[in-house]
Write a protein that binds this ligand. Sequence first.
Ligand SMILES: Nc1ncnc2c1ncn2[C@@H]1O[C@H](COP(=O)(O)OP(=O)(O)O)[C@@H](O)[C@H]1O
Length: 355
Amino acid sequence: MELTTDVTDTYSNQTDRNQSSEACSRDSALKTTVFPLLYTILFILGMSLNGLAAWVFLRIPSKSHFIIYLKNIVVADIIMTLTFPFKILSDANLATVGVRVFVCRVSSVLFYLTMYISILFFGLISIDRCRKTMWPFVGTNARRLFHRKLLSAFIWTSLFALALPNVILTSRRNTSDRFKCSDLKTDLGLKWHELVNHVCQVIFWGNLVTVIICYTLISKELYKSYARTRAQHEARQGANVPHRQLNKSSIQVNVFLVLAVFFVCFVPFHFARVPYTISQTRGRMFNCQQKLFFFQLKESTLWLSSLNSVLDPLIYFFLCKSFRTSLFNTLRLSPGRCGELGTDSTSTPLGNTQT
Ligand SMILES: Nc1ncnc2c1ncn2[C@@H]1O[C@H](COP(=O)(O)OP(=O)(O)O)[C@@H](O)[C@H]1O
């Protein structure tokens, strides 16, 4: 009798575990179908738009800080886009174990590396746009341009050095075919993974504050300049000037493009990342349902971050006049009304730059 009860208990425990591991399996339709489809769209758009952007930027000399930063973002976006096919295959369960290990060890690490490189260069772009707005007549010279190139190399090298241990310390053999990236990490690897995520949170929130401060200063400066121009115009004509209104709204859209991209793409991920990293490194604090929830939240917001690689080319188009001109020349198109985006005198110091 006792034996029967024991066996029944063991059986029901086993069944519970199986049921709960099924309920907690990551292999939902969201992971295996929806995200692979969404990433395929991003891959096609990202390769086309960033390929075109790289081709255009190759024709533009690095004559300003702004262009140097944008070129760095194009390179980061292309590398990020190239990691998507591995993620698609792995998430859709179409990849071999070897490819899934490669995703954990190399391609995901490259993905995050390029994401934080883009975030850092966005911060630098905001500072540069702010400087241009406050001191529009201060130019640059070869020495300063060289310093910006050195700074770019420093950013790539230091983020690479920070991410490299995530590759090296993902060295444990998988014991089953169903494994998570954290299962492949050594104890030190898990600690490093947590540390890197904390550092990356600091990088992100630091840059977000920088972008907000810079664009608030830019908006103020622009408004002053707009009010001045409008007053001069009204003094001359003594009437309302509707076409100015149109220019003002186009300026504001451009000013807030960088901010909007930053908020939509990166803020949700950085909120979701905190509990997910804790669930990876201190697993006992959560049950498997909670872990699954944090994973799905992280994956959904990660897609928004990946969307950044497709939205960046829009930023080049709207904020960089040299890019637009070179693009229209390359495609042998007439700029039409788009040429006006960067020629509005009130917007010259802003993002809508001649550089
Ligand atoms: N901010 C980061 N910088 C560099 N590498 C990272 C970063 N965040 C995670 N990684 C690495 O990317 C790989 C995938 O991590 P993660 O997305 O957390 O795992 P999972 O795909 O299992 O959810 C791991 O090797 C991890 O250490």
